[in-house]
Design a protein around this ligand. Sequence first.
Ligand code: IPE
Ligand code: IPE
Ligand code: MG
Length: 253
Amino acid sequence: MAILPSKKKTYDTEGLKVPVSLGVIMDGNGRWAKKRLLPRSAGHRAGAENLKELCRNCGNYGVKYLTVYAFSTENWSRPEDEVHQLMELFIEFFDRYDAELEQEGIRLRFTGDIAGLPEKLQEVCKRGEERSKDRKKMTLIVAFNYGGRREIEYSVRRIAEKVKAGEIDPSDITEQMISDNLYLPDVPDPELIIRPSGEMRLSNFLLWESAYSEFWVSETLWPDFGYDDLTQAFRDYAKRDRRFGGLSEADKK
Ligand code: IPE
Ligand code: IPE
Ligand code: MG
């Protein structure tokens, strides 16, 4: 498949702020397809295609970690054929399109209950991570079979094992220890989380990590979410006053 040149050659960063770590909930594929009288699978395909564009734009803007929500632990409750199509699309995307990710200098990582995925998908994850590990421009983290509660459960279980082994005492447990035992402890918490398609909820995405994330919701459906939406998000993010429970600079005496 031909590799498209970046549509925007210059990324003017004036008046906007680019987060180091960004989360995107890729929602609205079904509605996008419905509007066009297409099957939901066509929406998922268009959504997967659009991920390439988001990667390119984020990489060129200087985002370092982009975490995208692709399949939640709750998405198994969808009809079997839709789940199957999403799995097939996953294999196709992360195996066949790796050349495009390579061209953009994008490292690939996965987060979620990967051990709970079919063997074939686990191999795609392993292959994708292995062959991209030296790429430096940006890390794309794909949340697949991911649930924020499942991730916290995972961390708590690992800590409980250390308690059981007598390595630590329950009174040694700290917030930092819970963070350190999550799936990808080296990835910074997202400063900003974007949700296309108008829904104002997290749907179990990065629950622990989003404690102080800024939220930005757009009406644009995920397959149509492009450069202009991303730029607007970064523009609005620049105006947010992140106080972390403290006071604004202006209010400090
Ligand atoms: C997001 O699009 C993709 C997944 C959840 C896998 P949806 O399929 O949720 O699209 P809508 O919300 O029905 O429009
Ligand atoms: C969240 O979207 C999960 C992904 C985008 C992968 P959903 O469509 O599953 O979320 P709800 O059901 O609207 O909360
Ligand atoms: Mg949805």
